[in-house]
Design a protein around this ligand. Structure first.
Ligand code: F6P
Length: 547
């Protein structure tokens, strides 16, 4: 039976017919207690979905859809380490990365919790050595700069967390800066390296596979820089200036970095789900191990909530099902992520990978093509900045867009009055925008009358997520909330969210094209690619002749 033939799906299609013309303004007018019915809070956060185009009936039908897809069984499969990543024949156990030490989880005769905590303990040892200035560069100087080299999941999570939680860094955690380098073309290294002292710079090469060409290219450039500056052999440079966080220890060894400098994680951790592992070392360096563990605790609390809470109050389940409702039944295919807090500026980019690399699929778990929508196009920006950029489209464009507004309720508690005032201003904008997007300007019209261009239709659905405050713990919970939301949707869509075959082919094509860049080839290339190659070759030759 195809997904769309299930009873609950058919029922939702019919229900959506009746809901398509219902305006959020009417829903609010007819029920003044709408917020109370359609919001859920936990110890650390509040989810307000009253501005979604739903009624309580919609939820009943969505829960029936979840039952029909055996969501609870799938949640158990995920947590128990069953091979939910079917195309790669392995579990997806990021939840094990945040299990407390006293718990156990057996996988093929091994307790993975023991492995996880051993790996964390080794990371802590290295973090402390660096923080206490015991880790030294090739000439005996303490480290002053850490550069994380990695891309995708080996970059976006740690980068986002370091930015979001910067205020938790303190002088006792060491006197060094943490930088991030990801881009294949060398732009970041070109800018960064001249500002660094090679003798006091430590690189963390973060790569699950240790085969990602972007990361290896940056790592090689960094090592050449160190070798040239130090005039010392590679062995000493590898020992004093490189730490590797990877799942591929033999490749890391072959690159020259000894085992004592390697931090390990496992193939059952997906790259975009990995920053709870040793991939999070830059976070631990920046905010300290205690705060890193608080982040793990926040995520673990969300795991327990996801696994044990009835669907009616289960935050990831609600968030996931609301997305399915918007995408598959209300035909909304764009999703804006709008944090009203500059510390979460990198959150949209992180979610772009988490959501689109996980659920941007059109083949189900059985390998068959599906004929319904899955992951929407997702993008975002700090909300107040986006107001001056793309909100025009949200308010008056032709595209229906669902939005997530995210903000901390409190901030700058002990800070300057002016900053407290700025936080209030930001919240006022957050609430005003979600309200205007939902309700519109209250006028009927916009049919080309004289002032039609001033009209706001409204009826753009949104969810507001309020954190009590942004701490390592609430931040961990927020990220885990989205991880599980993605999983919920994948279950309804019957797809595997843990592989990413759609990025593999491009890597192979690029590798073969690299050899073509230096020669005129009349091979099997399309005429556009040939034209681009020739243009590049011609300019390259001209530049070489000029030099
Ligand atoms: O190419 C996509 C991808 O595999 C992502 O899934 C991953 O996060 C990123 O590349 C980096 O991979 P690695 O950590 O193996 O270098």
């Amino acid at each position: 039976m195809s997904n769309q033939e299930g009873k609950a799906w058919v029922d939702l299609v019919l229900h959506a017919e009746g809901m398509k013309d219902v305006h959020l303004r009417d829903l609010f007018q007819s029920d003044p207690t709408r917020f109370d019915t359609l919001s859920v809070s936990t110890e650390h956060l509040l989810l307000d979905f009253s501005k979604q185009r739903i009624t309580t009936k919609t939820f009943d039908k969505l829960f029936a859809l979840a039952q029909e897809h055996e969501l609870q069984t799938w949640i158990e499969k995920l947590f128990m380490g069953e091979k939910v990543n079917v195309s790669e024949d392995r579990p997806a156990l990021h939840t094990a990365l945040r299990l407390p030490k006293h718990e156990t989880l057996w996988l093929e005769g091994k307790d993975v919790v023991t492995d996880v905590h051993q790996s964390l303990a080794k990371m802590e040892l290295l973090v402390k050595q660096i923080q206490n200035a015991q880790w030294r560069g090739y000439d005996g100087s303490p480290i002053t700069n850490i550069v994380n080299i990695g891309v995708g999941g080996s970059n976006l999570g740690p980068l986002m967390a370091c930015d979001a939680l910067e205020q938790y860094a303190s002088a006792e955690m060491g006197d060094f800066d943490v930088h991030f380098v990801s881009s294949m073309d060398g732009s970041e290294l070109e800018k960064l390296l001249p500002t660094l002292d090679p003798a006091t710079t430590l690189f963390i090469i973060s790569s699950k596979t240790f085969s990602t060409i972007d990361t290896l290219a940056n790592a090689n450039t960094a090592r050449e820089w160190l070798l040239k500056a130090s005039q010392i052999g590679a062995e000493i440079i590898n020992q004093h200036h490189f730490i590797i966080a990877t799942g591929n220890t033999s490749a890391a060894l072959a690159w020259g970095v000894p085992e004592k400098n390697q931090l390990l994680f496992w193939d059952w951790v997906g790259g975009r789900y990995s920053f709870w592992s040793v991939i999070g070392m830059p976070i631990a360096l920046k905010i300290g191990m205690d705060n890193f563990r608080a982040m793990l605790k926040g995520a673990h609390d969300m795991d327990v909530h996801f696994r044990e809470t009835p669907f009616e109050r289960n935050l990831p389940v609600l968030l996931g099902l609301l997305g399915v409702w918007n995408i598959n039944f209300l035909d909304i295919h764009a999703h804006a992520i709008l944090p009203y807090d500059g510390r979460l500026a990198k959150f949209p980019a992180y979610l772009e990978q988490l959501e689109m690399e996980s659920n941007g699929k059109s083949i189900n778990r059985e390998g068959e093509r599906i004929n319904y929508r899955t992951c929407p196009v997702l993008w975002g920006e700090v909300g107040s900045n986006a107001q001056h950029a793309f909100y025009q489209l949200l308010h008056q464009g032709t595209e229906p867009v669902m939005c997530d507004f995210i903000a901390p309720a409190t901030r700058y508690e002990n800070g300057a009055k002016e900053l407290q005032q700025q936080h209030r201003l930001s919240l006022a904008n957050c609430f005003a925008q979600s309200s205007l997007l939902a309700l519109g300007d209250g006028e009927q019209g916009g049919n080309g009358g004289a002032n039609g261009y001033q009209h706001y239709d409204g009826n753009q659905p949104s969810t507001s997520i309020m954190l009590n405050e942004l701490t390592p713990e609430t931040f961990g919970g927020l990220i885990a909330l989205y991880e599980h939301k993605v999983f919920v949707q994948s279950v309804i869509w019957e797809i595997n969210p843990f592989d990413q075959w759609g990025v593999e082919k491009g890597k192979h094509v690029a590798t073969s094209l690299l050899t073509e860049l230096d020669k005129i080839s009349d091979g099997d290339l399309d005429s556009s690619t040939k034209g681009l190659l020739r243009y590049t070759q011609k300019l390259g030759k001209e530049n070489n002749n000029e030099n």
